[in-house]
Ligand binder design. Structure first.
Ligand code: HEM
Ligand code: HEM
Length: 245
């Protein structure tokens, strides 16, 4: 079955999640476990595990954070643009489109700033704050399906939380190395254990959403179904005229 451009654009986000983000996550977690075993394990562990697992964890961790932020921005961008095209927002409110574009630019610029700030804590945290604000502002644009009334099973809210945890991880890298009391290291582990759970949740809610969202040529039929939980005809669809072959 051929896919048209609209279908491809819709599939790009899950495709990149499955082919880029999740494999990277595997590498980052495997290096994380090795880093900890090398630091705290038996002397045998320390001899066997190469010294570069720590730096490798951080380097691939940085790519993971960039990839997750990118995929979040893409996940929000496609439905936003589709909404604008449908409502003709751009011709009526060009300023809104421009502001969203500027916010995208500021968010990506601030992400670049975090990576460039190095040991300058004030800049690093300022850029991290800016990145986080950009992500939140973009997430609350019209057209994005957030499941506000059932946020516990929402792909959007867990995705936002996981993405913010990636920004936090980028922000505190020098603190983890500098801190003798290990507080930042512990905070990092707690934050990313939670992020792992959220990533698994994204795998579940994302594939669920893929089953709910139709291909473009099926939209007129699927969107005629009743998705409203409060309605007595919830989860019913109009009869399909042609029986399946
Ligand atoms: C889900 C993803 C992640 C998990 C589960 C995770 C987990 C861990 C664990 C278990 C450690 C070892 C702690 C110890 O030595 O006791 C660690 C170290 C570290 N992580 Fe992560 N992390 C993740 C993502 C990231 C990201 C995105 C960054 C940012 C670039 C990062 C930066 C660091 C740094 C700087 C260290 C210290 C490395 C060292 O001691 O050589 N991590 N992480
Ligand atoms: C790294 C983890 C992921 C993050 C941070 C993330 C984030 C997001 C965000 C913020 C949205 C927009 C809000 C929404 O429509 O729910 C979205 C949409 C979506 N995501 Fe994900 N997602 C991730 C992984 C996945 C995976 C693994 C799949 C499926 C295999 C998936 C499938 C989808 C689908 C189908 C949409 C609707 C897209 C559209 O209407 O254009 N996501 N995602």
């Amino acid at each position: 079955m051929e896919l048209n451009l609209v279908d491809w654009l819709r599939l790009l986000h899950p495709i990149l999640a499955v082919t880029v983000v999740f494999p990277l996550l595997g590498i980052v977690v495997s290096r994380a476990v090795l880093t900890r075993s090398r630091r705290l394990g038996s002397s045998d562990d320390r001899k066997k595990i190469p010294a570069n697992v720590g730096p490798e964890h951080v380097q691939t961790g940085q790519w993971l954070a960039i990839a997750v932020i990118g995929i979040y921005l893409l996940g929000c961008g496609r439905p936003m643009v589709a909404f604008w095209l449908k409502q003709q927002t751009l011709s009526q409110m060009p300023l809104q489109g421009l502001l969203v574009l500027v916010t995208y630019g500021v968010t990506l610029g601030a992400l670049w700033g975090i990576l460039r700030a190095g040991n300058q804590r004030l800049w690093r945290w300022t850029f991290s704050g800016l990145t986080a604000i950009g992500l939140v502002v973009l997430g609350w644009q019209e057209g994005i399906f957030r499941r506000d009334n059932e946020w516990l099973i929402s792909h959007f809210y867990a995705g936002l939380a996981a993405t913010l945890l990636m920004v936090f991880s980028l922000a505190i890298v020098p603190e983890i190395y500098r801190d003798r009391s290990q507080t930042w290291r512990r905070l990092h582990i707690a934050a990313n254990t939670l992020a792992m759970i959220l990533f698994i949740a994204q795998g579940i809610t994302g594939t669920r959403d893929l089953l709910e969202i139709p291909l473009s040529w099926q939209e007129s039929t699927v969107y005629a179904c009743d998705f409203d939980k409060a309605s007595p005809t919830y989860k019913t669809c109009p009869p399909v005229p042609k029986a399946p072959q």
